[in-house]
Design a protein around this ligand. Sequence first.
Ligand SMILES: Cc1cc2nc3c(=O)[nH]c(=O)nc-3n(C[C@H](O)[C@H](O)[C@H](O)COP(=O)(O)OP(=O)(O)OC[C@H]3O[C@@H](n4cnc5c(N)ncnc54)[C@H](O)[C@@H]3O)c2cc1C
Length: 455
Amino acid sequence: MDFDVILVGAGPGGIYCAYELSRLAPQLSIAVFEAGHPLAARRCPIDGIKIKSCVGCKSCSIMSGFGGAGAFSDGKYNITNDFGGTLYEHLGRQQALELMRYVDEVNLRHGGEGTKLYSTAGTQFKKLCMQNDLRLLDASVRHLGTDINYIVLENLYAELKEKVTFFFDSPVGEIEQVEGGYAVHSGDRRFTCRTCVVSVGRSGSRWMEGVRRQLKIPTHSNRVDLGVRVELPADVFSHLTDELYESKIVYRTSKYEDLVRTFCMNPRGAVVNENTNGIITVNGHSYEDPAKQTGNTNFALLVSKHFSEPFKDSNGYGESIARLSNMLGGGVLLQRFGDLIRGQRSTQKRINESFVTPTLNATPGDLSLVLPKRILDGIIEMIYALDKIAPGTANDDTLLYGVEVKFYNMEVEVDENLETRYKGLYIIGDGSGITHSLSHASASGVHVARTIAAC
Ligand SMILES: Cc1cc2nc3c(=O)[nH]c(=O)nc-3n(C[C@H](O)[C@H](O)[C@H](O)COP(=O)(O)OP(=O)(O)OC[C@H]3O[C@@H](n4cnc5c(N)ncnc54)[C@H](O)[C@@H]3O)c2cc1C
């Protein structure tokens, strides 16, 4: 065998797996294959001046490379079983939380010390939410911020590169079963290993689907989350964000009884483009350093769509809607809430005259031409519900960027060790469909590393 263990993907799942494995079993030879660039070479060409919107790089520096999709994220590590994945269904609630706390400790030891841990425990906002038909989910959240998150990744890489062989710009093509293990193909090279850990995240979802089909690994679930990113003056939400940083709030619509939730809240942050398989959607982040913060807060409002038989392609459905916004706007569409309610498209003039200055250069347009009525109705209802706990949310000038899509990988069938029906083949992180967050993905990597080290 060329290596004892090959990891595919250097996002949080892959990094934490490599970290824990090299710590617990230093005798093992470990290789990591990553489709994107090393951390220092990751640069999104959008500078806001010469290049204002996504140019569709072959390897998207926001989504790929050392650090994965999390590298330029807000670095919010949520320690909770309430959202961010269903790791607890495989490991149990207590163990899942312990792994997330361990990841937090490692982050603190690698540059995250001094960052703030926020918690919903004992907050008055739970009651306020309940009184207004909203539910605040429980969580502790460590906010590293985009800047400290980057430093943590730099420090982890400096330590790992001494112990692990990294292959960057090396997308894995095929994983082949061979006697005693697996052969991993990248370009015209082929490497064998005893154990293979796949951690390809959302950007690897199409590739993962191919591997899953080839190896006939069963899957469950058929879900996509669709919605918009809301941007408003930071003061509107500051009473919540100053205490909780991120509040995950759920609302059940009165019209359809659909659940709408806030997601990825970025106080004093910026809205950014996200490129998934060539489709431009929207996301957000914020910095820990006050000098880099903006005057706006952004968060997503998402509606989960679960499909039943015979429809199987929930991601395809999400992609089609995102494509529609790309078709109309050349990328992400932007609309003032007031314009949406009045049934008129936003124009550049209306955006310029707005009291809220957008942090992302997006095309003014009409989101009602893109989002299905049921989803849009749910979002509008929730904006009015949020207005009761954060007055100003339903102001005319509140900005809505669309579309935000959370693609979920089909949930692969794995056991309590996240091992597939093939011995020595593990699937972790967001690529498994089991995790959807930094903390859960990282925790899944630690869990598998401990399993492999104990073999
Ligand atoms: C802008 C943004 C902000 C976010 N903010 C937060 C946040 O604040 N908190 C939070 O919890 N989550 C956040 N997320 C989500 C979070 O980043 C992901 O949940 C997390 O990164 C998943 O980790 P992962 O290791 O499973 O996958 P990823 O981070 O996606 O990493 C997978 C890696 O595998 C590589 N890869 C894919 N296919 C192949 C292949 N065939 N061969 C080799 N390599 C391959 C990719 O290039 C990538 O680097 C954010 C995401 C984005 C895009």
